[in-house]
Every structure is written in structure tokens, then in C-alpha cells.
Design a protein around this ligand. Sequence first.
Ligand code: 5GP
Length: 192
Amino acid sequence: MQLMEEKILTEGKVLPGGILKVGSFLNQQIDTAFLKEMGVEIARLFQDAGVTKVLTIESSGIAIAAAAGMELGVPMVFAKKHKSSNVDGSTYTSVVHSFTHNTDYTIVVSSDYLCKGDVVLLVDDFLANGKALIGLCDLVEQAGAKLAGAAVAIEKGFQGGGDTLRAQGVRVESLAIIESMNDVSIAFRPQN
Ligand code: 5GP
């Protein structure tokens, strides 16, 4: 998505440790017009996949997952990061290693919201080593639901998570794939 690459080049900031900061349009302030465009593009990519639900992890995936769900006309479910009193009864859980915080956390979703007949599209803001998406795949598998694939706003291709998932047969679509980045330049992987 050309516009995503332009936004990253003009507004993104590369931080030490291989982190890209996009707080001005995706992670703190949200460019709502652009968010809608992201939802439209994800819906276009997966329009024939029979998606019945969009699944993400709180909190940074919620906005883009909701935008995708709105355009696809299906509900969006977000996995919570801790077992809380808001989630009771039967649940699916998985342990995820956080790239940005370097800790493990548990993701949990109620079995009321992820069912056997569902065709699930995973959506997230970033794809780095792929641990967040692998945890979400695990929840989908526990529910006995079908995986349509994954859509992410920004894939950091140099970390390899996306290509590992593709090699395992998961359809992964990224609105931009960063091949390399440092504090002076960001290079993208060409996409059709
Ligand atoms: P992964 O599990 O693929 O290693 O990392 C993906 C998760 O880590 C995303 O949900 C995202 O919140 C966070 N993340 C990974 N890399 C970055 C980054 O460069 N910038 C930001 N803002 N978040 C990132």
C-alpha cells in the first residue's frame, strides 16, 4: 500500500532496538481517515475468504482490526492480555513473548466469541518475530475455527516472522513490508 509506505517515511521514527515508532498515525494518535483506508484495503484483500470474525490482541491492534471488521461487515474480537474478572467461564489462552517489552504474557479470549464455525482473519498493527500472530493462531486452533490468514499494517520483514508463517502455509498480507531500517533510511520490500 503506497500510502502506508509514504506515512512511514514521513512520520515514522526508528528507535534503537529495531523499533519503529508510528505514534502520530497508528499507535497513539490515530489518523482516522487513513485508518478507514487501511480497513478498506484489508477488506479488499480478504473479500473472498469467507471471513466471519476478525481477531486481534489488545490494545494496539484494536483500531485497525475494528476498521477491517467494519469494512468486512463482521464482528471484531480482541484477546485480552491478562485473565480478568471481565472474562468468565470457558476461555482459550496462549502465552506470547512480547518483542517490545521482552516479557511473556498470557492472551485470553472467551469461548463465547470464537466458535467452531468461524473463519477468522487475524489483524495486528505490527508483525516482527511473529509471536503475537502465532499466539492468535493457537486460540483459533483451540476454538476449532478456520484461519483465513493474517493482515498487518507494518511488517518488519528483516525479523522473519512473516516469512516463517508464509512458509507454514498461512496467508499473510502486509500493507507495507520494511526490508531494512536505520536512523537515516527505511527500505521496503517491493509488493504487487
Ligand atoms: P511479534 O510478536 O511479531 O514479534 O511482534 C508484534 C507485536 O509487537 C505487535 O503486536 C506490536 O504491538 C509490537 N511491535 C513489534 N515491533 C514493533 C515496532 O517496531 N513498533 C511498534 N510500535 N510495535 C511493535
